[in-house]
Design a protein around this ligand. Structure first.
Ligand code: CO8
Length: 260
């Protein structure tokens, strides 16, 4: 791994910071996802670490979600390896025994939103230019069932139903109203607030909190574990369709045009 993620553990508080540093947009490439899972596993196995704060070192962007180039014109083997890495990231993060707080300091579409949703608590910079949501439908693709389950578990069925069908990207104030993020703070207060929230969660004994977290999340985690190979097959057959390849290419073109 070559440091797409900076990890710093403060042994006195037991809190680690994972800072995404993969410019320009912290897209979740195979390399990024692999490094993320390895780093998180190391922290999970480190008894000195009880909590993790996820944030970005790239200005204005938390994460742009899955790296679209990993899903375009690649081999079956590559799609398999990539999708397994996406699953692994989510299984480890959603299933983490540690307290996880997302300090969302920029835009966070799709896979970026999934990472934030997988944490125990989300704080977002109160900038209406930053938006968050599962916008897959806008790309002509469908969020997998476990993305959807994670979303439903945060915002409830009705909000998820509407937001997922429309592929909405919600500006921070709206995301807060919907419960997609728990709190908004001025950007310069974000890390201070994340540390304070973390301290509040860590004031409880780990054991009871961990068992409670497992009780809340186990059914959704088990569903993917039970259907992991099937989920990979679904991804491959979906992403290999010429119509889907075309949608993804058009979306990438749209991103480039929008710039000029
Ligand atoms: N993957 C790959 N490249 C990306 C991505 C991405 N997700 N996002 C942006 N880029 C590229 C751009 O194409 C651009 O490249 P270049 O410089 O070569 O033109 C570069 O990164 C910088 O991007 P922008 O100029 O757009 O930067 P801005 O600061 O203006 O905007 C945003 C940043 C808001 C992040 C914007 O780039 C954006 O909206 N990106 C797209 C985000 C998105 O829709 N992601 C969805 C990915 S799909 C997913 O995560 C889940 C799919 C699961 C289902 C799969 C079933 C098939």
């Amino acid at each position: 791994s070559n440091n797409k993620i900076q990890v710093e553990l403060d042994e006195s508080s037991g809190v680690a910071m994972m800072k995404f540093k993969s410019p320009p947009v912290n897209s979740l490439s195979l390399e990024f996802l692999t490094e993320f899972s390895i780093s998180l596993e190391k922290l999970e196995n480190n008894r000195a670490c009880r909590g993790v704060i996820l944030t970005s070192a790239v200005p204005k962007i938390f994460s742009s979600g899955l790296d679209i180039t990993e899903m375009c014109g690649k081999s079956m083997e590559h799609y398999t390896e990539f999708w397994r890495a996406v699953q692994e990231m989510w299984l480890r993060l959603y299933g983490s025994n540690m307290v996880t707080v997302a300090a969302v300091n920029g835009s966070s579409p799709a896979g970026g939103c999934l990472m934030a949703l997988s944490c125990d608590y989300r704080i977002m910079a109160e900038n209406p230019k930053f938006s968050i949501g599962l916008n897959e439908a806008q790309l002509g693709i469908v969020a997998p069932f476990w993305f959807k389950d994670t979303f439903v578990n945060v915002v409830g069925h009705r909000v998820a139903e509407r937001s997922l069908q429309l592929g909405s990207l919600h500006p921070a104030p709206e995301a807060h109203k919907l419960g997609l993020v728990d709190e908004l703070v001025p950007e310069e207060k974000l890390m201070e607030k994340a540390a304070a929230v973390m301290a509040q969660w860590l004031a409880l004994p780990d054991h009871a909190r961990q068992l409670t977290k497992t009780m809340m999340r186990k059914a959704v985690l088990d569903r993917l574990v039970a259907h992991r190979e099937e989920d990979i097959k679904n991804f491959i057959s979906f992403v290999s369709k010429e119509s889907i390849q075309k949608s993804l290419r058009m979306y990438m073109e749209m991103l480039k045009k929008r710039k000029s």
